[in-house]
Design a protein around this ligand. Structure first.
Ligand code: RFL
Ligand code: PHB
Length: 391
């Protein structure tokens, strides 16, 4: 098989890139390890920055998002048993975020690719990328029990943190910066209307808790847990009791309980591999960088990467002008490192680390009070959360 741009991975990065290139008349093939149902149901992100919404809408992928997405104009920080609202529009020249689940973005993009006759091969495992230093790179993959080769002009690895794309870069070329955190997130989906109108980021001495949502009927909740904890340790009753403790406020507020339909534990990691290009191979999304989910940036970074890349590939396909391709890694990394810093700051701000001392605890509380009470502090949080237009 032959295509212009071979894309590994049908997560948001790979699917959106394929869609954006299609709108510019560039042919792609997407290879995806998992089956379609798995990819469409994998629970992950929920918050879209304004710029992400704009890209989806402008490319024709925003029709259902515009009907079903929930615009959010602020978040609540909760600590010391009190609530503090951060208002986005007044602090950011009118910008906001939208609650619309990654599962829905992925379903919308697959449906669009299907309607346009695009090729997305599910249960197709990329095994290696070859010839990235030549003008004729290729992807070796397994599909329907046989091995095949996809010949390409360019290859884009959108295959997430555990993918194989990054490994095609020769030894010694990539610089990796990394941090793992001494805690994880237990995430649950519950069939109960959210107990809040906006997200609640709660800091408690027993650990962080987050109240998010998927729809007016479905809540999404997270608890900080130990990195070696398991879901078997967390029966539903224990989860609700712990959430009650961490969200407790001196006000008339109650957390509604309902049937928990899904539970999983996610480690927290920061990771950047750079540069995001080697020869004819490009890295995008989680294949190149990971942020801890506290800042809600991962999906938005993936969208920002492929938006840049689609423009660069479009220019190259039209007249072989490589200037935007050459600039891709450096331009993308400026946003990546801003998000890395914000996600790290939000994570260390809200999660007590095991074994930390009184000094760290007091610094954290002081930082929280500053962000909640100073207009400059609140504006820093707000402008990073909704996404900085220029970085
Ligand atoms: P993905 O979504 O991981 O997709 C990669 C795809 O590549 C496939 N693949 C392969 N295919 C073929 N051959 C191979 N050898 C392959 N190896 C892998 C995989 O099956 C998969 O389908 O990466 P992408 O597209 O870069 O998208 C990144 C986002 O998924 C990720 O950054 C976000 O989900 C992170 N994230 C959040 N981001 C936000 O912007 N806002 C949020 O509110 C938010 N919350 C979260 C999150 C991530 C979380 N978890 C579970 C890590 C909350 C959580 C709990
Ligand atoms: C989510 O809704 O899954 C979500 C929201 C905000 C975050 C992380 C996850 O910071």
């Amino acid at each position: 098989m032959r295509t212009s741009v071979g894309i590994i991975g049908a997560g948001p990065a790979g699917l959106l890139l394929s869609h954006l290139l299609h709108t510019q008349g560039v042919d792609t093939v997407v290879l995806e390890l998992r089956d379609r149902g798995y990819v469409e149901r994998r629970q992950r992100a929920g918050i879209l920055e304004q710029a992400t919404v704009d890209v989806l809408r402008a490319s024709g992928a925003g029709e259902r998002m515009d009907r079903q997405g929930l615009p959010h104009h602020g978040v609540e920080l909760r600590f010391d048993r009190r609530s503090h609202r951060i208002d986005f529009p007044s602090l950011t020249d009118g910008r906001s975020v939208t609650v619309y689940a990654q599962t829905e973005v992925v379903k919308d993009l697959i449906a669009l690719r299907e309607a346009a006759g695009g090729t997305v091969l599910f249960e197709a495992e990329a095994l290696s990328v070859d010839g990235v230093d030549t003008a004729a790179p290729s992807i070796r993959y397994r599909h329907d029990g046989a091995e095949h080769t996809l010949d390409c002009d360019l290859v884009v690895a959108c295959d997430g943190f555990h993918g194989i794309g990054r490994r095609a870069v020769p030894e010694g070329v990539l610089t990796v910066s990394e941090r793992t955190y001494p805690f994880s997130w237990l995430g649950v989906l519950a069939d109960v209307p959210p107990s809040c109108e906006e997200l609640i980021y709660a800091h408690h001495e027993r650990g962080f808790a987050l109240h998010s949502m998927r729809s007016p009927q479905v809540s999404r909740l997270y608890l900080q847990v130990d990195p070696d904890d398991t879901v078997e340790n967390w029966p539903d009753e224990r989860i609700w009791d712990e959430l009650d403790t961490r969200f407790a406020v001196d006000a008339d507020w109650r957390l509604a309980r309902g049937p928990i339909t899904e539970k999983s534990i996610t480690p927290m990691r920061s990771f950047v591999a750079e540069p995001m290009r080697h020869g004819r191979l490009f890295l995008a999304g989680d294949a190149a960088h990971i942020v801890p989910p506290t800042g809600a940036k991962g999906l938005n970074l993936a969208v920002a990467d492929v938006t840049l890349l689609a423009r660069a590939i479009g220019r190259w396909a039209a007249d072989r002008d490589e200037s935007l391709l050459d600039a891709y890694s450096e331009t993308a990394l400026r946003r990546v490192w801003r998000a890395e810093h914000f996600s790290y700051t939000m994570t260390t701000l809200l999660h007590p680390a095991p074994g930390e001392g009184e000094f760290d605890r007091r610094l954290r509380l002081s930082h929280l009070r500053y962000l909640a009470s100073s207009p400059a502090g609140s504006a820093t949080l707000a402008e990073n959360y909704v996404g900085l237009p220029v970085v």
